[in-house]
Ligand binder design. Structure first.
Ligand code: DUR
Length: 138
């Protein structure tokens, strides 16, 4: 049967996605940590979305780049995250923090592909035995 998804895992231009993450990181508001974080993702309908970290004088209220990314996901048409890359403003690969692994799992599930220091890995590798919506009562 023909797939209805516009996403082809083999066709991902990871270099382009990484470059978009670095570009998004330039928009970060991070006067407290000084760490610019950018994330770029391909949605299952083929569109590309980005996010950056937004810090706050009340340190604990800062938003990670992945949080603004999922805001973009919902605000630009929804869908599922299919491939994701996270980079610093200077281009280093960054892994999503523990909280953000859970945040992106909600919108990508086990098949979301992530750029990691160990190559491209699915969320089952990034967040093994994840807690998800399926664990809540119907
Ligand atoms: O997955 C992560 C981890 C950290 N940060 C941000 C939060 C804070 O602004 C800065 C330093 O922790 O990096 C992200 O955006 N995403």
């Amino acid at each position: 049967m023909e797939s209805t998804s516009a996403f082809d895992p083999a066709g991902v231009d990871w270099e382009a996605l990484r470059a978009l993450a670095v570009e998004a990181a330039q928009l970060a508001y991070c006067p407290y940590s000084g760490l610019q974080v950018g994330v770029a993702a391909i949605v299952d309908d083929g569109r590309i979305i980005t996010g950056c970290n937004i810090e706050n004088a009340s340190y604990g209220l800062g938003l990670c780049a992945e949080c603004t990314l999922v805001g973009q996901l919902r605000m630009t048409g929804g869908g599922r995250l299919a491939a994701l890359a996270c980079r610093s403003g200077t281009g280093e690969l960054l892994m999503p923090c523990g909280r953000c692994r859970q945040v992106i799992y909600e919108f990508g599930g086990p098949d979301l592909l992530v750029d990691t220091p160990s190559g491209i890995q699915p969320m089952t590798w990034v967040l093994p035995d994840a807690f998800g919506p399926e664990h809540l009562p119907a």
